[in-house]
Design a protein around this ligand. Structure first.
Ligand code: ATP
Length: 464
C-alpha cells in the first residue's frame, strides 16, 4: 500500500533526512525544499537510472548539459515571452492570489477547465461559487495573464538591455545546440538529445510538497525525426516511458494516460499526452509527451538567422528541418511518486506496526547496512573491514550503524528503505558457535524479513 496521506511522507522525509524545508533556520522560504543526505542519494539514483535507460543504453540518444542562463532572444523565439502564462485571479476580500484554472479543476475536471478562455475564468468561478481557499469568500477579480518566467539581471549595472530569464524548461538548451550536437556526433535521424537540469517557474500557487515548486528539475529528451515519422515515434515513446515508470514498481492502478484536447494544446504542440499519477490529493501530471513538430527549430532559425536544417548523409542535396517528439519527465515529481509508492505500514501483530520504504533496490538511497551486533571494539573492527570490502568491491552505498539495539537498527533501516542488512556477530569472529560459524554473517531481507547465514566469501556475490 502506498502512503495515503502526504503528511506521513512529509514527516518521514524530515525525520529521516530525505527532504527538509528550505532555509529552515530563517523560518523557511515558502515552497522551497532541500534534499538531505538520503534524499540526495535517492534523487541521484533516479537521475542515474534515467540517464542509463535513455542515454547510455541507447545508441540513438546522446547527452547534453546546457546553461540555465540563455540569450533572452531564445525565449522570444520559443514563444515563452508572449505565451507562457497562467490565469491569475485575486480574492477581493483577502487579496490572496490564485491560479483561476486550478481553483476550477476540482469542480469542472481538468479537460473542461483547460479549454476555458481567459475571460471565462472569473464568471465561471462566480457561477460555480468557488470559495477563496484562504478566507472562504467568493469575490474574484477578472483573470489576468501572468507570465511564469523568472526575470533576473546580468552584470553589475542594473538597467535596460540586461534583462535575462532563468530557464523555465531545459528543452530550449537542446534546440539551440541541435547543430552543434549533430555535427560533432554525426548522429543520423532519428536521434535524441537528453538533458537533466534545473528549471524555474514563478508558479502562482505552488504546493503539495515538492509537486509544484518554483525551482525544480526536469529530465527531458528532444527526439528528432524525419517529418512524417513523428506519429510513430510518439507511440514508441509513449510505451517506452510507461514501461520505465512501471518497471520501477509504480503501480499501474495509480498511473493513467491523459490525452490533451485540441483546444488545450500548447502553442507548439500538435499532440500531447500526460502520464498522471494518483497523488493523495488527486490525479496530477508526472510526465508529458508532446509532438512539437518543427516549431522550435524553425522559430530558432527565424530569430537567429542560423541554418538549423539537417543534411541527409545519403543524399547531400536533401535538407530537412526535423520534427521533434519530446518526452519530458519531472525529476522531483518522479522522486515524490517513488516515495509515496514505497511507503508501507505493515501490521506485525500485537499492535506492532513497522514503517518500511519498499524502494526498488536499484534506487534505494542506501543499498546495504553493516551492523555490528555490539559495540565491542574487535567486533566493530571486523565489521569495518567488511564495510570497506563491500564499498570497494561493489560500489554500492553502504551504511554503518552501531547505535541502539539490533531490533531498533533494523527498524531504522526499514524506514529508510535499505534492502539488505548485514549483521556481524561473535559467531563471525569464531567466538560463539550459537550465533553462527566462524567467518559467516547474517543477511536480513527488508521485505520478507528472512535472515540467512552465509560465508563472508559469498557475501559480495550475494549482495550484487
Ligand atoms: P503543470 O500542468 O502541472 O503545471 P506542465 O504541463 O506545465 O505541468 P511541462 O511544461 O509539461 O509541465 O513540464 C514537464 C514536467 O516538468 C511535468 O510533467 C512535471 O513533472 C514537471 N514540472 C512542471 N512544472 C513543475 C513545477 N512547478 N514543479 C515541479 N515539477 C514541475
Amino acid at each position: 500500500m502506498p502512503a495515503s496521506s502526504l503528511d506521513s511522507i512529509v514527516s518521514l522525509c524530515k525525520r529521516r533526512g530525505f527532504i527538509f524545508p528550505g532555509s529552515d533556520i530563517y523560518g523557511g522560504l515558502a515552497n522551497t525544499w532541500d534534499y538531505g543526505p538520503l534524499g540526495s542519494e535517492l534523487k541521484k539514483n533516479v537521475k542515474s537510472a534515467w540517464w542509463n535507460s535513455f542515454v547510455r543504453e541507447r545508441q540513438d540518444v546522446v547527452g547534453l548539459d546546457s546553461a540555465i542562463l540563455m540569450n533572452p532572444k531564445v525565449w522570444e523565439a520559443s514563444g515563452h515571452v508572449t505565451s507562457f502564462n497562467d490565469p491569475l485571479v485575486d480574492c477581493k476580500d483577502c487579496n490572496e492570489r490564485f491560479r483561476g484554472d486550478k481553483l476550477l479543476e476540482g469542480k469542472l475536471g481538468v479537460e473542461a477547465t483547460a479549454i476555458l478562455k481567459l475571460n471565462q475564468v472569473q464568471p465561471m468561478l462566480m457561477a460555480e461559487k468557488i470559495a477563496c481557499p484562504n478566507c472562504g469568500k467568493c469575490n474574484w477579480t477578472e483573470a489576468k495573464q501572468f507570465n511564469l518566467m523568472f526575470e533576473t539581471h546580468q552584470g553589475v549595472i542594473k538597467g535596460e538591455g540586461d534583462l535575462i530569464y532563468l530557464r523555465p524548461e531545459t528543452a530550449q538548451g537542446i534546440f539551440v545546440n541541435f547543430k552543434n550536437v549533430q555535427t560533432t556526433t554525426r548522429m543520423r535521424l532519428p536521434f535524441g538529445v537528453a538533458q537533466i537540469g534545473k528549471a524555474f517557474r514563478n508558479e502562482i500557487t505552488p504546493g503539495n510538497f515538492t509537486f509544484r515548486t518554483r525551482e525544480f528539475e526536469q529530465m527531458e529528451i528532444e527526439y528528432f525525426v524525419e517529418p512524417g515519422k513523428d506519429a510513430d515515434a510518439f507511440e514508441e515513446w509513449k510505451s517506452t516511458v510507461w514501461d520505465w515508470y512501471t518497471g520501477f514498481g509504480i503501480s499501474k492502478e495509480r498511473l493513467r494516460i491523459r490525452e490533451h484536447e485540441k483546444d488545450e494544446l500548447s502553442h507548439y504542440s500538435s499532440r500531447t499526452i500526460d502520464i498522471e499519477y494518483e497523488f493523495p490529493w488527486g490525479w496530477g501530471e508526472l510526465f508529458g509527451l508532446a509532438n512539437r513538430s518543427d516549431y522550435d527549430l524553425s522559430q530558432h532559425q527565424k530569430f537567429s538567422g542560423a541554418d538549423l536544417s539537417y543534411t541527409d548523409p545519403d543524399d547531400p542535396k536533401k535538407k530537412i528541418l526535423p520534427y521533434v517528439v519530446e518526452p519530458s519527465f519531472g525529476c522531483d515529481r518522479t522522486v515524490l511518486t517513488i516515495l509515496l509508492e514505497a511507503y508501507t505500514e505493515e501490521d506485525l501483530g500485537e499492535g506492532d506496526v513497522r514503517t518500511v520504504m519498499k524502494f526498488d533496490p536499484r534506487i534505494a538511497p542506501v543499498s546495504v547496512a553493516v551492523l555490528p551486533l555490539s559495540k565491542k571494539e574487535h567486533l566493530i573492527a571486523k565489521a569495518q573491514e567488511l564495510y570497506k570490502k563491500i564499498v570497494h568491491e561493489t560500489r554500492l552505498t553502504v551504511d554503518f550503524d552501531v547505535t541502539g539495539s539490533i531490533g531498533k537498527r533494523y527498524r531504522r533501516q526499514d524506514e529508510i528503505g535499505t534492502p539488505k542488512c548485514v549483521t556481524v556477530d561473535f559467531g563471525t569472529l569464531g567466538e560463539d558457535d550459537a550465533q553462527g560459524e566462524k567467518d559467516t554473517v547474517t543477511i536480513r531481507d527488508r521485505d520478507s524479513l528472512e535472515q540467512i547465514r552465509i560465508p563472508i566469501t559469498k557475501l559480495i556475490e550475494q549482495l550484487r
